[in-house]
Design a protein around this ligand. Structure first.
Ligand code: B1M
Length: 212
């Protein structure tokens, strides 16, 4: 088994200690942080998700895997994010009300930070009013909203409506994403853009803000 495969397996096992050890070992051996992220962590969480779907893994185990993923991300984050770069713009991000999934959102944030944006992360279970308050207090160029449940993705519409109701819609671009979200849904709720994954999110944000 290669070390990347071991990483995937350890993530599935929810073994944070081993995941951290393998992350360090892979980086030490010259693997790029992107390789560890894409071919290790994201692949591993994909396996976890599938096992959860077919009933081979249950919530406590999934949570353990998520904790292990966070432990590895802590090491990768400073390596993925470039230091000392003048921010290209400020982005406020959060996971919608009723939803506590944050791994994907955090990845999007890390890559956006790595691309040179300043990130203000409101966390999870964020109410529409909190998004509105953040626009007033932070004056971001972009709002990035994440949802991972077919139920909570509907709350994205409420956020966009609240922003419109407060008279701020023209001041900020809005990008949405998360596993159940689609391009069509993004259009339907009046978002400016949609991205399927963290890498595409960086491209879309740059496109929407006309950053070459
Ligand atoms: Co939950 N969960 N979960 N879960 N969970 C899913 C999403 C699910 C698909 C699992 C399944 O059934 N197969 C399912 C949703 C079904 C549905 O709605 N269709 C589900 C469920 C049902 C639930 C609960 C309801 C379970 C229960 O209690 N019965 C519950 C809900 C809690 C709540 O939010 N209110 C729940 C709880 C949890 C945990 C707490 C145990 C944990 C979350 C821990 C955490 O995030 N801190 C968890 C996890 C880990 C998962 C799975 C297994 C993995 C999610 C993940 O982190 N993936 C997930 C199954 C799966 O997706 N395979 C599942 C890795 C991550 C890198 O990918 O988040 O997709 P992802 O992010 C991607 C893209 O989506 C995109 O880019 C990211 C990186 O490339 N993206 C954006 C995300 N946000 C974006 C924003 C953008 C652009 C792109 O622009 C703004």
């Amino acid at each position: 088994m290669s070390e990347l495969e071991e990483l995937v397996q350890s993530l599935e096992d929810g073994n944070s200690e081993k995941v951290v050890e393998l992350t360090k070992r892979l980086l030490g051996a010259g693997a790029s942080p992107q390789t560890v992220l894409n071919n290790g962590l994201i692949v591993g969480m994909g396996v976890v998700g599938e096992k959860m779907r077919i009933g081979e893994m249950y919530l406590p185990e999934v949570l353990q895997s998520a904790t292990a993923m966070h432990a590895s991300l802590k090491i990768l984050k400073p390596l993925l994010a470039k230091d000392g770069v003048e921010p290209l713009g400020r982005i406020v991000m959060g996971t919608v009300k009723g939803d506590i999934h944050d791994i994907g959102k955090n990845l999007v944030g890390i890559l956006l930070q790595g691309a040179g944006f300043e990130i203000v992360d409101l966390g999870v279970n964020v109410t529409p009013q909190k998004f509105v308050d953040a626009i007033e207090q932070q004056a971001p160029a972009m709002l990035a909203i994440s949802a991972m449940l077919t139920t909570t993705m509907l709350n994205m519409k409420g956020v966009i409506e609240a922003i419109g109701g407060a008279g701020h819609r023209s001041k900020v671009k809005i990008i949405v994403g998360g596993a159940p979200v689609s391009e069509k849904f993004a259009e339907e709720i009046g978002a400016d853009g949609y991205a399927r994954d963290a890498v595409k999110a960086v491209d879309k944000v740059k496109e929407l803000l006309a950053i070459g």
